[in-house]
Write a protein that binds this ligand. Structure first.
Ligand SMILES: [Cu+2]
Length: 263
């Protein structure tokens, strides 16, 4: 029995996900192995990469696969499982295209969605003797979906290269300071300034992944691209303490939080 369009789409999508995983391991995990967070994530990501590769290989090469309806559903499990495991991080990554996580999160969500649709279609086709159910419209729709995903990823690369600004005030600093993000921690956690001053802060991100520099009280929320330096001008509205932190889920708890004492 020949493979239908859904079955070939299913196999191709799994290969794309394997490629995205290998990409993220090489780019985000291997350079950061000295951080416990990255080291803990490596076996999980490697394990899922292998499971995805096995599913992709069976969907591509196993001669009996087109005649086994249940295979197409069972092989969905690793994809859906990985999506569920990352459910808490995905909204942040998807809404922050400047974050390198976006380059992984978008193909992951789009890929698993396509997998589920193609898997159900392949299941029905395998049950009914391998008759191709996807017409020209379905194929055009598939091409449009993948073109949109590719376009969004390309845009995020351009955005990351251009860097991001925003937040802070458009005034010349009267004093300066530095905050460094390294291994998902802010190295400087106590800064001081006088009320009425404008603090010109250089925020250095030494990590190979994105962070944010966020001060809720001043409505400052700046995305820090991987290995970048971002300048922000801070003008407090009153004396007191300003909390700054990274808004990426889990990072504040990991140590990305500090205070600016305004006297
Ligand atoms: Cu962070």
């Amino acid at each position: 029995m020949a493979r239908t369009f859904s079955m070939r789409l299913y196999a191709a999508t799994y290969w794309v996900l394997v490629a995205a995983f290998v990409y993220s391991i090489i780019l985000f995990i291997l350079p950061e192995l000295d951080s416990p967070e990255a080291a803990a994530f490596l076996p999980i990501l490697a394990g899922f990469s292998i499971a995805f590769a096995v599913a992709a290989a069976l969907a591509t090469f196993w001669p009996a696969a087109p005649a086994r309806p249940r295979f197409w559903l069972v092989a969905l499990v690793p994809g859906i499982l990985f999506l569920l495991l990352n459910a808490t991080f995905l909204p942040y990554s998807l809404s922050h295209p400047i974050d390198p996580g976006f380059t992984v999160a978008l193909p992951l969500v789009a890929g698993v969605t396509v997998l589920v649709i193609a898997g159900i279609s392949a299941f029905r086709e395998a049950r009914t003797g391998g008759i191709d159910r996807v017409g020209v419209r379905g194929r055009i729709l598939t091409a449009v979906v993948w073109a949109a995903v590719a376009g969004a990823i390309a845009t995020s690369f351009v955005g990351a290269a251009v860097g991001s600004a925003g937040g802070g005030v458009a005034e010349a600093p009267t004093t300066t300071g530095v905050v460094t993000a390294e291994n998902t921690k802010f190295l400087e956690t106590r800064l001081e300034m006088k009320n009425g001053e404008v603090l010109g802060l250089f925020v250095i991100n030494r990590d190979g992944f994105g962070h944010s520099f966020t001060i809720d009280a001043l409505k400052i929320n700046i995305q820090l691209a991987a290995n970048s330096t971002t300048a922000v001008a801070i003008k407090p509205t009153s004396a007191g303490t300003l909390e700054f932190y990274c808004a990426v889920p889990g990072h504040k708890e990991a140590g990305m939080v500090g205070m600016i004492a305004v006297r």
